[in-house]
Design a protein around this ligand. Structure first.
Ligand code: MIC
Ligand code: SF4
Length: 642
């Protein structure tokens, strides 16, 4: 009794450890997903593990990020992933099929199971009552090889949704409202579990919009119960047999609680340059808009796009606006083509892209200089759209569509149109022609590696003393997009760490790689929530390649901290946060008695040689994490215990 849904699923999958906050547990991973921009590393690492078969029930390799093929690099990566998938028994989703999270909801997700994905928005699956956790590529490779994942037991936060949404207010506004309340740090250390009568008001894809952006709260994952609307979705997707009801106990215990009255939510926008910089649209209305992008794993479902089509039907996109739409899946595109909605979008003047991440990760459609771009996406970090001085606002599909007509940021509540009612088809299009399923007999299959695929860097065993200069000092909330930017120019090099290293910390400085090469080793000092955002382990592998030994910050985001540990880079926190002020770039520091202190769980002394003072830093992690760090990262550790 009194069990949360989260604890029920973790308990069902528990292999070892005790299910109580802060203890470390190992769970069975039922499914994994990878996408191509993190996937190349995953499959290089899987190759390094020398296994024959994967141990999950199902693993899928999606190609959805790097679909622009301006040179041979992305196509080489696709071929590498395709052949690796075939070799290990993994389902391969061809480019053009759609965005991993939307496709996983449509075709594979199962209530009550655990999904690990090499993408921070894997929690989208929580809309389907799964525990979907985003992780670094190496953790996903290990999950495929062993069928397990080790994590710290999260606390559980309950968000009770009551009431009913007003017309023109949607799930995107709900999660923006929550981001405004909790901020990008508010979910760190928690799984967010939604309950309450308001849950019934939300369709499965609405729920997935909300769990998707739980990643922006820093949460380990977010989850909705599996009930009526879950069955409805699975039935329409022709997968009724995958349904099972799974709910929290009525008297479930939660570590924290927030009540959200859906009636109070009104249209919201996250202003530049953070998803928690949220305001009511009525307070910032009438900003002139240059570009509007609709799609991404947050808002590219059939219902979202049908709403947009119905708002645009028979009208014209404002002459000053470039409206671009990227559907979530090929099947959604097909249905919209069959029912005429695609024609309505084209007639209104929209630009239609293939079903993929596209502009969300800066793969094309960078807006013009100083542009205002409204996007239905989940992240508006500076420069992520591909244009450094552009201002990106995150909004709902309804707000985006209405604003596309008016040419300025418009509160849909005031526009006076009738709210579009979308009637779902009884049965969704469920073609599987973009999937390649693995053969039973895979003997002798070879992995194909083109010239763009370079080996990944490996660390060395930890040493007792590190003396190194501070190469960079950052502010709070530095993102992995800052540490290792991604855009159409850089994404083709995700399997080429030496090339990527030239752009490390590119949004903050052009010189990091030069300084690092001169110093040969270095330390980075960070603020709170260091490494928030994506799961890309390149934000650890590239600093590793450049000789970074430790990051000393006020606090870390979960996935990035795990990626640092997996790479053998020390993620340390200041014992006294105020000590952050006492360190500056170029100071030379000495970390003493590292191995001893880690083993004994003691504070680590840091001596600032330049300024001649000492203070303490701390490593917060499990005994397993300490073993990984001592070995010089996860792969060295795995080799050692083999
Ligand atoms: C993102 O939205 O930032 C990405 C691109 O999907 C990343 C993965 C990556 O960097 O390849 C994520 O969210 O993990
Ligand atoms: Fe793709 Fe954007 Fe979703 Fe990342 S956030 S998976 S880039 S659609």
């Amino acid at each position: 009794m009194n069990k949360s849904l989260t604890y029920k699923i973790l308990e069902n999958n528990l292999i070892s450890g005790e299910l109580k906050p802060n203890s470390e547990i190992t769970v069975k991973v039922n499914q994994t997903l990878t996408q191509d921009s993190t996937g190349t590393m995953v499959y290089l690492q899987l190759e390094a593990m020398n296994i024959k078969n994967i141990k999950t029930d199902l693993s899928v390799a999606y190609i959805d990020h790097n679909t622009l093929q301006a040179g041979f690099e992305n196509a080489d990566d696709h071929e590498f992933i395709k052949t690796a998938a075939a070799k290990y028994g993994i389902i391969y989703s061809k480019p053009g099929n759609g965005i991993c999270h939307q496709l996983h909801l449509e075709r594979f997700g199962k209530p009550g199971t655990i999904l690990l994905g090499s993408d921070s928005h894997t929690p989208t699956a929580g809309g389907l009552a799964m525990i979907g956790i985003g992780a670094g590529g190496l953790d996903v490779a290990v999950a495929m090889a062993t069928g397990t994942y080790t994590l710290e037991v999260p606390k559980v936060m309950n968000i009770e949704l009551n009431g009913k949404l007003k017309s023109w207010v949607s799930a995107k506004d709900v999660i923006l409202y929550i981001l405004k309340k909790l901020t990008v740090k508010g979910g760190v250390g928690y799984v967010i579990e939604y309950t309450g009568s308001g849950v019934e008001e939300l369709s499965l894809t609405d729920r997935a919009t909300i769990t998707n952006m739980g990643a922006e709260l820093g949460a380990t994952t977010s989850i909705f119960p599996s009930n009526g609307n879950t069955l409805d979705f699975l039935t329409r997707q022709d997968r009724k047999e995958d349904y099972k009801e799974i709910l929290a106990d009525e008297d479930a215990f939660y570590d924290k609680k927030l009540i959200v009255n859906l009636d109070e939510v009104i249209p919201m926008a996250a202003m530049p340059h953070s998803p928690d910089n949220v305001v009511n649209i009525k307070n910032i209305e009438n900003i002139k808009v240059d570009q509007i992008a609709i799609g991404s794993c947050t808002n590219s479902s059939y219902t979202d796009l049908m709403k947009v089509a119905s708002i645009l039907k028979g009208k014209r996109v404002h002459p000053n606006v470039s409206l671009v739409i990227s559907p979530g899946s090929s099947n959604i595109l097909k249905m919209m083509s069959d029912n005429g909605a695609l024609g309505d979008l084209i007639s209104a003047g929209a630009r239609i892209l293939e079903a993929s991440c596209g502009p969300c990760i800066g793969m094309g459609q960078a807006p013009k200089s100083k542009a205002v771009s409204l996007r239905t996406f989940n992240r508006n970090f500076k420069g992520r759209c591909g244009t450094n001085d552009a201002d990106v606002y995150l909004v709902s599909p309804e707000t985006a569509a209405i604003s596309a007509l008016t040419g300025c940021l418009t509160d849909p509540l005031k526009f006076g149109l009738d709210f579009p009612k979308i009637i779902l088809p009884k049965r969704f299009e469920v073609s599987k022609n973009y999937f390649i399923y693995p053969f039973q007999d895979r003997e002798g299959l070879e992995v194909v590696m083109g010239p763009n695929i370079k080996p990944f860097p490996l660390n060395k065993r930890l040493v007792e003393t590190i003396e190194a200069p501070i190469l960079l000092k950052t502010n709070d909330n530095v993102t992995t997009d800052d540490i290792m930017p991604s855009n159409a120019k850089l994404l083709p090099f995700r399997s080429n760490i030496p090339e990527l290293s030239k752009y490390c910390f590119g949004t903050l400085t052009d010189e990091f790689h030069i300084k690092a090469k001169v110093a040969k080793k270095g330390i980075v000092v960070g603020g709170d929530n260091y490494g928030q955002g994506s799961s890309r382990e390149h934000a650890a592998l590239v600093p590793l390649y450049l000789g970074v030994k430790a990051i000393i910050a006020k606090s870390f985001a979960r996935i990035h901290k795990a990626n640092l540990i997996n790479s053998g880079i020390l993620p340390l926190v200041f014992k006294e946060k105020s000590d952050y002020e006492r360190f500056d770039e170029t100071d030379v520091v000495i970390l003493n008695k590292l191995i001893d202190s880690l083993e004994l769980g003691k504070e680590i002394e840091i001596f600032n040689k330049t300024k001649a003072f000492s203070c303490s830093v701390i490593f917060r992690g499990s005994s397993r994490d300490i073993e990984l760090l001592k070995s010089g990262g996860y792969l060295n550790y795995v080799k050692k215990i083999k």
